[in-house]
Write a protein that binds this ligand. Structure first.
Ligand SMILES: Nc1ncnc2c1ncn2[C@@H]1O[C@H](COP(=O)(O)OP(=O)(O)OP(=O)(O)O)[C@@H](O)[C@H]1O
Ligand SMILES: [Mg+2]
Length: 335
């Protein structure tokens, strides 16, 4: 029996710990915005405009829970794993609701950090019909890893690291210092924007590295070696997977929205198309659903990447058919 298996049978507290954001999401639909061309600005080619100073009608709205660490934890718990979330919330009512939601889904909240005098993170998600997200990380930026959390990490089998803010490099240094811990990592914008050079030492120690295709291209061209590569090269999922794999992670997963997902473990390339969802209600949280399902699948199916991808694809199709990032997630019973 391997050392990792021993850890579990010796009564490790958690199969998985998720680290990152926990928020409340207010989603609202409106028709009042006007889409405008802004071609002169390559980074902002389309703008959504509202009449200045006016009052706008909301067609419908929903309050749900989100944040990468919370979304992944709810998924893991539903699939039958012992999971805790290492998150930071404020000392407000929203924070209480965020915790109550996790508890309701049987996610352990002992590692949640309550930050005094700060608001719990939240997002306003405007749909018109394209999605625009206003995000306030708030307490999420205060997340830190102290000795208590480090001890829990030492006793866990997997850690799932979602988008981080604040002192994220310190957090990653501690996570990656734990020997024998398998790290699944989906870096957020703050991490990706610092470029490959600063991230490589972490990527090298990652068991599963998740990025969507746009993020992968940005990451690859941030390396001077690939800066001059042409569109045809950068647009090829296999080239992207090979480059990121060469930085040392065990498995790289590239998600491509409606084009499905690809993975590479150094031996074989894998691809899976999406399943046409019965209804397409809301795509919030698809990345979290896919990535955490893939990781859970590797654990459930003993490292079988094809099966893990299939679980990811099934679960995202199910999440898209319901409102919010956590509604519609498949559970152990559904498998
Ligand atoms: N419209 C869709 N219909 C069905 N499946 C989808 C759809 N969009 C995404 N998926 C599935 O979810 C996976 C992750 O989606 P995507 O590549 O858009 O991630 P992402 O950009 O990280 O998402 P997020 O905005 O949540 O961060 C895809 O690989 C695909 O399998
Ligand atoms: Mg994403």
């Amino acid at each position: 029996m391997t050392k990792k298996n021993n850890k579990i049978s010796n009564g490790a507290r958690y199969d998985m710990i998720t680290i990152g954001g926990a928020t409340e999401d207010i989603t609202f639909y409106t028709h009042e915005g006007i889409l405008m061309d802004n071609k002169k600005d390559i980074l902002r080619q389309k703008l959504l405009a509202f009449e200045y100073g006016a009052k706008m009608k909301i067609d419908k709205s929903y309050s749900t829970f989100g944040g990468g660490a919370a979304n992944a934890a709810v998924n893991f718990a539903g699939l039958g794993f012992r999971v805790a979330s290492l998150i930071a919330i404020g000392d407000d009512e929203r924070g209480k609701r965020v915790l109550a939601n996790l508890k309701k889904h049987r996610v352990d909240t002992k590692l949640a950090q309550k930050i005094k005098g700060v608001e719990t993170g939240f997002s306003f998600i405007l749909i018109n019909p394209e999605k625009i997200v206003f995000s306030n990380r708030a307490a999420n930026s205060e997340l830190g890893i102290r000795n208590k959390e480090l001890e829990s990490l030492k006793n866990a089998k997997w850690v799932f690291v979602a988008s981080l803010s604040g002192k994220w490099e310190e957090v990653l240094n501690k996570v990656f210092s734990v020997r024998g811990l398998k790290v699944a990592w989906n870096p957020g914008h703050v991490q990706l924007n610092t470029g490959a050079k600063r991230l490589k030492k972490f990527i090298a120690k990652t068991a599963i590295f998740f990025v969507n295709k746009d993020e992968a291209i940005e990451l690859v061209v941030s390396d001077p070696k690939y800066k001059k590569k042409n569109y045809g090269f950068l647009n090829n999922p296999k080239e992207l997977l090979k480059i990121i794999k060469s930085w040392g992670p065990e498995t790289v997963v590239l998600t491509r929205g409606k084009d499905g997902a690809d993975a590479y473990d150094g031996k074989r390339f894998y691809h899976h198309n999406i399943i046409r969802e019965k209804k397409r209600i809301d795509t919030t949280g698809v990345g979290d659903a896919f990535n955490s399902s893939f990781m859970a699948g590797l654990e459930l199916y003993k490292g079988d990447i094809g099966k893990a991808m299939h679980l990811g694809i099934r679960n995202t199709a199910s999440v898209i058919a319901e409102q919010g990032a956590q509604n519609g997630l498949l559970t152990k019973k559904d498998l």
